[in-house]
Ligand binder design. Structure first.
Ligand code: DX5
Ligand code: ZN
Length: 222
């Protein structure tokens, strides 16, 4: 099943709650929440207080993408702030298995992310313990970058790997996804689609709806 996850990194934070509500009204089930720490990635975005505020008025699925060093430190705080799933970077974790265990402990869905240079095989030791694999389709850190074409083969590789193991794990893609290239990642095997600038740099309701309509048509024809 395709799930749409608009990324608030490109939102207008002055009216954040209202914009998230527009994505909900247009039918998006997820909010993709990019936490940038200024260390794992160059920029700083926002932290727990913002998630906590959004949680007050939204019952969407909060998909927290931790682009932080020491992800183990942030699992519980983001769970308490209202996250439904927590995705950490493989590259940032000294012990990815321990981070997975700590996400299990707080009862949230487990996501692991890999950057464009990280071999897909890195997930093999952990794949049985994941709800979602996030394959970065740009270098993490900023919205508005171009989709890296080599990502397509990486998505296919991950989907093949999971199928061989009989695992039905969500594959999320994040970075440079627009209406005009989303079929490439869907065809490759991704099913959780992040889009930041394609939603938030435009009419938020209208562009979310356009993606939702596109996904409905895609599912109807596959
Ligand atoms: C990038 C973030 C993305 C970003 C995507 O590091 O993880 O979620 O917001 O933005 P677009 O869709 O504009 O590439
Ligand atoms: Zn992200």
């Amino acid at each position: 099943m395709i799930k749409f996850a608009p990324s608030i990194l490109s939102a207008d934070f002055n009216v954040l709650g209202d914009q998230v509500a527009q994505t909900a009204r247009a039918g998006a089930p997820y909010v993709h929440i990019d936490v940038c720490d200024g260390s794992f990635v160059p920029s700083i975005s926002f932290g727990m207080p913002v998630v906590k505020c959004l949680r007050k008025t939204s019952d969407l699925f909060f998909d927290v993408h931790l682009m932080t060093v020491h992800p183990e430190k942030f699992v519980r705080p983001f769970a308490e702030a209202g996250a439904d799933s927590i995705t950490f970077h493989y590259e940032a974790a000294a012990d990815p298995g321990a981070v997975i265990a700590s996400i299990n402990e707080v009862g949230k869905k487990v996501g692991m992310a890999i950057k464009p240079q990280t071999p897909v095989e890195a997930v093999i030791p952990f794949m049985h313990r994941l709800d979602m694999l996030l394959i970065m389709t740009v270098e993490p850190g900023f919205g508005g970058q171009k989709y890296l074409p080599k990502s397509t083969g990486r998505i296919q590789e991950a989907r093949r790997l999971f199928q061989e193991e009989g695992l039905d794990i969500d594959i999320q893609v994040d970075g440079g996804i627009k209406l005009d290239n989303v079929d490439v990642v869907l065809d490759a095997g991704a099913n959780v689609i992040v889009a930041g600038s394609a939603v938030y740099n435009d009419d938020v309701y209208g562009s979310t709806l356009a993606f939702m309509d596109h996904f409905a048509a895609y599912e109807a024809s596959h």
